[in-house]
Structure formats: structure tokens, C-alpha cells
Design a protein around this ligand. Structure first.
Ligand code: SAM
Length: 226
């Protein structure tokens, strides 16, 4: 049986490239996105949803489709050294390229379209959303459940700005988003090249940083003019 699935909404996210996006939701509370429903969905379609703090967002890993999928993948959490079955991971490289993120629903606004404001996102700008459902803790929260190779949040890096005044002119929310995102250690699994300069695009900035030991040094900000 075949069933055609089409997006019901699209994501506006400060993450405009895959490098640097948190590897799971809620790791970067400052990662705020807007999910804009397609015009055929009215305010009625989300009536009652603001009574829930969290929503399940089903989406398509649209920027991984061309990369295909594999039976076994190397989760970054295992340092890229060990393989696990694709269905034992949250990898974007899976047969139907479907993703699932639990996001905090901050508010809903309706103007010409319905917009869901969420935080703690791990989604790329332009991500197509295929469904939204309320999170029901008494059914879904299993705090003592075993969780394989992903048993705790990864250890954070310390983040510093050098020169210290580099962030002075930055909007404080954006500064926090940059710091929280880089603290996640976006380097490819266990890459440890102290002299390497990494560049992450976030909102309208290109953020240049190096990582030595467990300290990330943000050394340059470049405005992106689209
Ligand atoms: N929470 C989701 C899940 O478990 O299905 C996503 C987990 S996946 C490991 C998160 C990563 O997917 C992000 O770090 C980012 O690199 C990538 N990603 C996010 N949105 C994407 C998109 N639309 N297309 C391709 N990759 C995406």
C-alpha cells in the first residue's frame, strides 16, 4: 500500500546549515523556531494545543534525502567508531528520512497563517513538517527506561569570546544561542584538531571558532549579506 504524505508546515530556523545544529531537541533551549502552517490550516486546526507545554513534531530530513541511507550508521555519540543499526539510532540517513522532535510550545499566533513558536529545536531552516501532536507525559514519559548508548546529555564545552568585546554589539538572545550551540561541541565525532578553525552559520552571522581541550574560543563574527 502506498500513502502520499505532504508537508503541512515549514520551519523557520536560525540554523541555515546542518553543521552546528543540536543533535537532539531541548539541548539548546535558546534554539527558537517558527512552524508556519500551510494556508489551508486555520486557527481551528490548533485549537486546544496551547494547553500542552510540549509538542511532537514529525518532519522530513529534507537535506539528507540526497545522501541516502544505510543499514548501519555511526552515531556521533559513539565517537564515529561504532556502528549501530539504523533503527537503533536517530540518524537522518534512514529509509523514509522521517524525523521526530519533542519541542517546547511557547505560543501560537494567527495572522495570515497560523504560526507555532517553539524552543529547544534541532531543525534546519526550511524543514518540511508532516504532523504535529501534543505530548502527553503520563503516557510517554518513561524516565527510568534504558536508553542504549544515549544515556545522558553530552558534556558541554566552555565557550569564551576572544576578544572579549566581540559579542558586545550582538543581540543578547543571539549571543546566548551561539554560546549554547557551540557548547554542544559541533565537531564531527571525536575530531580533535586544535589549530582547525570551524565556521558555523547561525541567523545572519558566520561564527568562527577554534576548540582546544574543552574550551571553545569564538574568534570572529562575519555578517552574512544575502
Ligand atoms: N530529534 C530528531 C529525531 O530524533 O528524529 C532529529 C535528530 S537528528 C540526530 C538531528 C540532526 O539532524 C541535527 O543535528 C541536524 O544535523 C540534522 N537535521 C535537522 N534538520 C534537518 C533536515 N531538515 N534535513 C537534514 N538534516 C537535518
Amino acid at each position: 500500500m502506498q500513502h502520499l504524505i505532504s508537508p503541512i508546515a515549514y520551519v523557520s530556523s536560525p540554523y541555515t546549515q546542518k553543521f552546528g545544529i543540536p543533535r537532539q531537541p531541548n539541548l539548546v533551549p535558546q534554539a527558537k523556531i517558527i512552524i508556519e502552517l500551510n494556508p489551508e490550516f486555520s486557527e481551528a486546526s490548533v485549537r486546544g494545543l496551547t494547553d500542552f507545554d510540549y509538542i511532537w513534531v514529525h518532519f522530513i530530513f529534507h537535506d539528507a534525502i540526497d545522501e541516502g541511507w544505510a543499514q548501519m550508521v555511526r552515531p556521533p555519540r559513539l565517537g564515529g567508531k561504532q556502528k549501530k543499526g539504523v533503527f537503533a539510532t536517530r540518524s537522518p540517513h534512514r529509509p523514509n528520512h522521517l524525523g521526530l522532535s519533542l519541542l517546547k510550545l511557547e505560543k501560537i499566533e494567527t495572522h495570515k497563517t497560523v504560526q507555532l513558536f517553539c524552543s529547544g529545536a534541532d531543525l534546519l531552516n526550511g524543514t518540511p513538517v508532516i504532523d504535529i501532536k501534543p505530548y502527553i507525559p503520563f503516557v510517554e514519559a518513561k524516565t527510568n527506561a534504558r536508553s542504549g548508548f544515549a544515556h545522558a546529555a553530552p558534556e558541554l564545552l566552555s565557550v569564551i569570546w576572544q576578544p572579549e568585546n566581540l559579542a558586545d554589539k550582538l543581540d543578547k538572545d543571539l549571543q546566548l544561542l551561539i554560546e549554547q550551540s557551540i557548547a554542544q561541541d559541533p565537531r564531527p565525532a571525536y575530531q580533535n584538531i586544535p589549530e582547525r578553525e570551524y565556521v558555523m552559520r547561525i541567523a545572519d552571522k558566520e561564527v568562527h571558532f577554534v576548540i582546544q581541550e574543552r574550551i571553545a574560543n569564538i574568534i570572529k563574527l562575519v555578517e552574512i549579506n544575502n
